[in-house]
Design a protein around this ligand. Structure first.
Ligand code: ADP
Length: 484
């Protein structure tokens, strides 16, 4: 293993204050504009992954609660929302967007406390994008005829939406905003480890005056999600999560007539050519896999480096990961926060173990990590074989599998040799190489000389086992409409 670089500076802690944040001891379900207790009377703990301390109780919704939420959504659709003009729907969505902007700081802190992501990420990326999505789709609500000229269409009715834990509020925004803009009503379920910010969003939605039942939030784990999927009065399912659960959902609704969009796993290739701006590329790699703990479905978890610059890139990368600060998500200096849950940490540790047992050379940051909480040091696996588990399976942690290549054709073949196809990155000085590569990559998004850039106007979605359907942009309206 190469000699580890010493971190060259120490920064004094700069924790974000939490005084302005209000957290209740218990969060109930949000159904028909009211906060109601779950029929079964059960609650589960929401844990802060950085401290392992309990934050609050979250209601566990069962079939009866889901049924109640679907009925409320149907009633709101039939009696209010489907009759409202696009212009008026847009006003509500704008109001929600503005309220989110006003409370951006509170939402950022809560997102970091509940999910473990660094405050820098939630403050500078997640929450601004949440507001931007609501603003963007508010603009479409009264312009759908321009979005789809000369076509007749209508909303589906009630949309069931199930979201993961890596971008809790952002994934909620990606799903709620276009569904509302197109005139659907909603039953949404957050992931069991990250329900807090969505419950806060429910409070904000109530405050916005959105008619009762238009958005309903049910909390719980897989069984609650399955109850939404199986409910006979749901017209459309939008799911973001694992490929495994995506397949279960697809089977479960087969033949039911329900519409479906799936945004599933990824194993993105980040490709560095010898003519790339290397320092910029190294920063892009770090951003792509280590910031946000690798908890990103489009994380650049496979790195392909052209042989002639391999030594330079690896040396710089090792140096850079030694300077990453792993720790308190609420500290503004933190680069890598806490792993979202104990279960996810075990999954990552399993991959680290198997990767080492396979005999791969590896390099782990020597950074210190807090005693309590769920943490994983940024880790590189070098010269990984195409057949290695590290190059094939989604790890969802700060673990990078590095491979080499000589020619552009070789790297395209290698990069496409995966069951997934969500995203990819390319680093080169040559525009022609970028166009050649982007047209041949089987990935929904290909970033050039940057990584993990998001914008509400840009569609996002996958190929192959990464799912189907697009979210974001004009394309993101389509799955929420039925066309004649
Ligand atoms: P991950 O492995 O990243 O946690 P999952 O696919 O397990 O992703 O979870 C994503 C979302 O799907 C979560 O909200 C989870 O509660 C929900 N979920 C899990 N199992 C099911 C299921 N069988 N049907 C519907 N939703 C489910």
């Amino acid at each position: 293993m190469a000699k580890k670089n010493k971190q060259t500076w120490d920064l004094a802690p700069a924790p974000e204050s939490t005084g302005h944040v209000q957290i209740k001891d218990r969060y109930d379900l949000f159904i028909n504009g009211k906060f109601v207790k779950p029929a079964g009377g059960k609650y589960f703990d929401s844990i802060n992954p950085a401290t392992e301390e309990k934050i609050c109780d979250i209601a566990l919704a069962g079939k009866k609660d889901v049924d109640k939420a679907v009925k409320a959504a149907r009633k709101a659709y039939d009696e209010v929302w489907s009759k409202m003009s696009g212009k008026d729907r847009g006003k509500y969505i704008y109001r929600i967007a503005r309220l989110i902007q006003e409370r951006a700081r509170e939402f950022s802190v809560l997102e970091s406390m509940d999910g473990g992501k660094p405050i820098r990420e939630s403050r500078d990326v997640d929450i601004p994008l949440v507001a931007a999505h609501f603003f963007y789709y508010a603009g479409w609500a009264d312009k759908l005829d321009y979005a789809f000229p000369n076509r007749k269409f209508s909303a589906h009715g009630v949309a069931g939406q199930i979201i993961p834990w890596n971008f809790p509020l952002l994934m909620a925004a990606w799903k709620i905003a276009p569904a509302l803009a197109t005139g659907n009503t909603i039953v949404i379920k957050p992931a069991e480890t990250t329900s807090l910010t969505i419950m806060k969003l429910a409070e904000l939605i109530k405050e916005s005056g959105l008619p009762d039942g238009v958005v309903n939030v049910v909390t719980g784990a897989g069984e609650t999600g399955a109850a939404i999927v199986e409910h006979p009065d749901i017209d459309k399912i939008a799911f973001t999560g694992s490929t495994e659960v995506g397949k279960i959902i697809q089977k479960s609704i087969a033949g039911s007539g329900k519409k479906l969009t799936l945004e599933l796993g990824g194993k993105a290739a980040n490709i560095i050519f010898e003519d790339a701006p290397i320092n910029q590329a190294v920063e892009g790699i770090v951003n792509g896999i280590f910031f946000n703990q690798g908890h990103v479905c489009c994380a650049g978890s496979r790195l392909f480096v052209q042989e002639s610059v391999y030594d330079e890139v690896i040396e710089k990368l090792k140096h850079r990961i030694e300077t990453l600060i792993v720790g308190d998500p609420l500290d503004k200096n933190t680069d890598v926060g806490a792993i979202n849950s104990e279960g996810q940490l075990k999954t990552i540790e399993h991959y680290l173990k198997v990767g080492k047992e396979e005999g791969n050379e590896f390099y782990e940051s020597s950074c210190s990590i807090p005693k309590k909480g769920y943490w994983c040091r940024p880790t590189l696996f070098l010269d990984v074989a195409q057949s290695s588990i590290l190059a094939r399976e989604e790890i969802f942690g700060p673990v990078l599998a590095v491979q080499t290549f000589r020619t552009i054709d070789e790297v395209i073949t290698k990069a496409n040799n995966t069951e997934y196809g969500l995203s990819a990155g390319v680093w080169t000085d040559k525009g022609s190489k970028i166009f050649n590569l982007t047209t041949q990559m089987r990935a929904g998004v290909v970033w050039a000389n940057t990584y993990n850039r998001f914008d509400p106007t840009s569609p996002f979605g996958g190929y192959k086992e990464s799912g189907f359907g697009r979210e974001g942009g004009l394309h993101g309206l389509e799955p929420y409409l039925k066309f004649e």
